[in-house]
Design a protein around this ligand. Structure first.
Ligand code: AMP
Ligand code: ZN
Length: 460
């Protein structure tokens, strides 16, 4: 059963096969670390984590690379302030400190959401040499020109520029000419920007063209090629990246190396706030910490995301999130009631096999997580799978079911919690008689007692 993924390049569902054996090179555009990632951004990272896990579930070995944009992403496409310097001004810190601070928080967000750490996490500022080398190649091949403001990519030179976004030539050219230091066409974009003459930037480097900093798109072309080779298998991003960032990444690599960098381009839809997308620039964003403050766990957010297909828009609401949290709690509770392993009396191997097939079919149908969750729900409710099978499914879902099997503590009455503490004390003193008495007391309250190395555990 092959994995089918929607490829933005062809606008079709295609059978996925790696370019080389069983190894998959996966590149996902990382965050711009000038502020907190919002939960819309985190929707993207949850989805790509599911993609990574689904590839492994299909027996592939994944090398997952993610960049950290810590320079060169301007508030406008080629104009405006560098977002890092903007963050620095806001927080009275250096741009470097701002980058370090928000990168750390972002990595914690990933861990909280049970998103596996990518194999390679690479910063734009650590790869200036590679970016300069690539720009030189683009220039040598005749695709670059200088303006008073920087070195620009000449989109008119590339016959099929804009193919990813299916941009039409006339649309591209009809745009009002943007006079950024004399750009030739509105779609042309900066490869290297010069530092302002009268102001010293916090982040700037020498280059063959003058002191300055790289344009935003060049980092991804340089680093994906460095860590994955060309071409590689899959490139991911949010749908906002289709018309500009990824279109320009493709143009750069085609101009320099004559190849389209990746075979598959996967794009996720937005998380919206009301009618609008959630965005830092729109000021309507919620960070993961805000959810935590409202007692919504990160995994409940992950569960909420998995309930909608990644190519559908999703509207945020607090009641929907609370419902997801409840749903996840129920799933944990129901999972605790399942037998540990399949037994003959419970159901046949054939039935387990069939449910596993259904689950794989859903996941392999362009990561249809809502369908996969429906299959899981039904099987758990009807007790037609064992915990062992459920944990296998959770390798793709990443909901930490195994770790959360115990009943949530708030379901255990205060009286029972007191008895547990007393019993732990009695056992520490090796007072077995007292310990057994307390076990009986707990049984009268309806709890079954288990002794574990970390103390008394009970289930209702
Ligand atoms: P940024 O930090 O702005 O570079 O964005 C990081 C990732 O989040 C990119 O892949 C964006 O496409 C994606 N993204 C931005 N806003 C949203 C949103 N509201 N919903 C889902 N993904 C988003
Ligand atoms: Zn990128």
């Amino acid at each position: 059963m092959s994995l089918k993924l929607h490829n933005t390049l062809t606008r079709r569902l295609e059978d996925f096969q790696p370019l080389k054996g069983k190894k998959v090179g996966l590149y996902a555009c990382g965050p711009t670390v000038y502020d907190y990632a919002h939960i819309g951004n985190l929707r993207s990272y949850i989805i790509w984590d599911v993609l990574h896990r689904a590839l492994e579930y299909n027996g592939f070995k994944v090398k997952h690379v993610m960049n950290i944009t810590d320079v060169g992403h301007l508030t406008g496409d080629d104009e405006g302030e560098d977002k890092m310097e903007k963050g620095a001004r806001r927080e009275h810190k250096s741009a470097w400190e701002v980058a370090e601070f928000y990168t750390k928080i972002f990595m914690q967000n990933l861990a909280d959401l049970d998103i596996r750490r990518p194999d390679v996490i690479c910063k734009a500022t650590d790869h200036i040499k590679e970016q300069i080398k690539l720009i030189k190649k683009i220039e040598k091949n005749g695709f670059a020109y200088a303006t008073t403001d920087g070195i620009y990519f000449d989109t008119a030179k590339l016959a099929d520029y804009g193919k990813l976004a299916q941009l039409k030539k006339q649309d591209l050219r009809a745009g009002i000419r943007v006079a950024v230091g004399g750009k030739k066409h509105s779609a042309d974009f900066a490869l290297w920007k010069f530092s302002p003459k009268l102001k010293k930037r916090q982040m700037e480097w020498k280059s063959p063209w003058g002191v300055g900093f790289p344009g935003w798109h060049i980092e991804c072309s340089a680093m994906s090629a460095k860590y994955l080779g060309l071409p590689f298998d899959i490139h991911c991003g949010g749908i906002d990246h289709i018309p500009v960032h990824h279109t320009n990444e493709i143009a750069q690599t085609e101009a320099a190396e004559g190849v389209t960098p990746a075979r598959f381009w996967i794009h996720n839809e937005f998380l919206n706030m009301g009618e609008e997308k959630m965005a830092k620039s729109l000021g309507n964003f919620i960070a993961l910490d805000t959810l935590k403050e409202k007692n919504i766990t990160p995994l409940a957010y992950r569960f909420f995301i998995l309930q909608t297909h990644y190519r559908k828009q999703l509207t945020f609401s607090w009641p929907a999130l609370a419902a997801a949290q409840n749903g996840l709690k129920h799933l944990y509770g129901a999972a605790a009631e399942l037998p540990k392993k399949s037994s003959v009396s419970m159901h046949s191997d054939e039935q387990t096999g069939q449910i596993k097939d259904e689950f794989l079919t859903a996941i392999n149908n362009d990561l249809d997580t809502p369908a996969a969750l429906a299959i899981v729900w039904q099987a758990v409710k009807e007790k037609t799978i064992s915990q062992k099978t459920l944990f296998e499914f959770d390798k793709v879902l990443g909901l930490k079911i195994k770790e959360n099997l115990e009943k949530p503590t708030e379901e255990i009455s205060v009286a029972a919690q007191t008895l547990i503490r007393e019993r732990d004390k009695a056992r520490a003193k090796k007072d077995w008689e007292k310990s057994d008495e307390l076990r009986d007391d707990l049984a009268r309250l309806g709890y079954t007692v288990m002794d574990t190395p970390s103390g008394t555990r009970i289930t209702k």
